[in-house]
Design a protein around this ligand. Structure first.
Ligand SMILES: NC(=O)c1ccc[n+]([C@@H]2O[C@H](COP(=O)([O-])OP(=O)(O)OC[C@H]3O[C@@H](n4cnc5c(N)ncnc54)[C@H](OP(=O)(O)O)[C@@H]3O)[C@@H](O)[C@H]2O)c1
Length: 331
């Protein structure tokens, strides 16, 4: 039986992936940082048959111990949700943490590391849709450090002795995600004005499709050394996405569009004040970028080389996400 280590199992994607692999008969160990060991989701992961290893990505020895005896390491953990962190925290986790995972996987005798990067390394996609060879254009410290981490992982694979596959997911949504809750809630309460024209592209990927994409990255022999964009079956404009969510919520979208620049300036000001104080800014530029940066991707390479076939289209994925938000009392 194959054994896998999944990092980031207390997070949205890592938690889903760990369960997805268990359902396919893979023995899964999950890396959890010590400060999170007492959280209820860790007990739930254990109940789902996932073995828990304690370790912070900044602790090379703990990461190496967690890697021992596994065949494939799925490196999903990263930092980005906590705004207000200094750049050094992004570097320690999203770059040096990758180095610790690669070194640990190699020392532990793993065959392959699937490194989770992000479509965000392409930043604003000037010529949509972008494929894996589109220019890099990271737009903030998160995307900068994800790109550095990806490049480090790729170089380690090229050095030999360990297969490395880079996966670049795009806009992950579904049950368990809270990142898109604000948008769903805003649309449901008719308090979600689009900033700007709303004609930028947005590309969402349903979590179950993504997990299968990761599994293929871990198992398809010819994927070794490859880089794959993992996205949903289609992208839409932001206006269309809002319309689709509103239709599933059975509300009318707001007809109002607001100018972007006052929000961008306010975001920059909030960051300038909050970041040195290590306080979460109420508004930050990455949130405003959501309305201005186009994200549309071509997943042909993953379809043809991995057999990736995302099956959950937007209305169905949106419906399932709304059902989960409602079941949690969030919407
Ligand atoms: N969400 C998206 O739309 C999206 C899009 C493209 C790419 N991605 C990438 O997909 C991956 C997963 O994203 P997500 O949205 O599922 O993230 P998430 O829910 O924020 O989960 C992040 C996970 O990383 C763990 N982690 C953070 N710092 C750590 C450290 N120092 N040591 C050990 N574990 C640490 C967290 O542990 P704690 O629970 O202890 O904090 C958590 O389990 C990331 O690599 C992200 O860059 C996400």
């Amino acid at each position: 039986m194959t054994a896998a280590l999944v990092t980031g199992v207390t997070g949205f994607t890592g938690g889903h992936l760990a369960r997805h692999l268990v359902h396919r008969g893979i023995t899964v160990r999950g890396l959890v940082r010590p400060r999170s060991l007492g959280r209820p989701e860790v007990a739930t992961l254990r109940e789902a048959g996932i073995d828990i290893a304690s370790g912070d990505l900044t602790d090379a020895a703990a990461v190496a111990a967690a890697c021992e005896g596994v065949d494939v390491v799925y490196h999903i953990a990263a930092t980005y949700r906590e705004a207000g962190q200094p750049d050094s925290a992004y570097r320690a986790i999203n770059v040096q943490g990758v180095e610790h995972v690669i070194d640990g996987a190699r020392a532990g005798g793993a065959r392959r590391v699937v490194h989770c990067s992000t479509g965000g390394v392409h930043g604003h996609v000037a010529n949509p849709p972008a494929n894996e060879d589109a220019p890099f254009n990271p737009g903030d410290v998160y995307q900068d450090t994800k790109l550095e981490g990806e490049q480090l992982a790729r170089a380690a694979g090229q050095a030999g002795g360990l297969e490395v596959v880079i996966a670049r997911p795009i806009g992950i949504y579904g049950p368990g995600d809270l990142r898109f809750l604000k948008m769903f809630r805003g649309i449901s309460r008719r308090r979600f004005p689009v900033l700007g024209a709303g004609e930028v592209f947005y590309h969402l990927t349903y979590i179950d499709d993504l997990c299968e994409g990761f599994r293929l990255c871990g198992e398809v022999p010819a994927a070794a050394g490859g880089t794959y964009i993992l996205g949903g079956p289609r992208y839409t404009t932001l206006n269309t996405l809002v319309d689709l969510i509103a239709a599933e919520l059975k509300v009318k979208p707001l007809p109002v569009h607001l100018p972007v620049w006052p929000f961008w300036l306010a975001g920059a000001a909030c960051e300038a004040i909050c970041v040195p104080l290590r306080v979460q800014p109420p508004l930050y530029r990455r949130r405003v970028d959501f309305y201005t940066k186009s994200r549309a991707f071509d997943i042909t390479r993953a379809r043809t080389e991995l057999g990736f076939a995302p099956a959950v289209d937007l209305p169905e994925g949106i419906r399932r996400t709304i059902a989960w938000y409602r079941a949690q009392g969030l919407l």
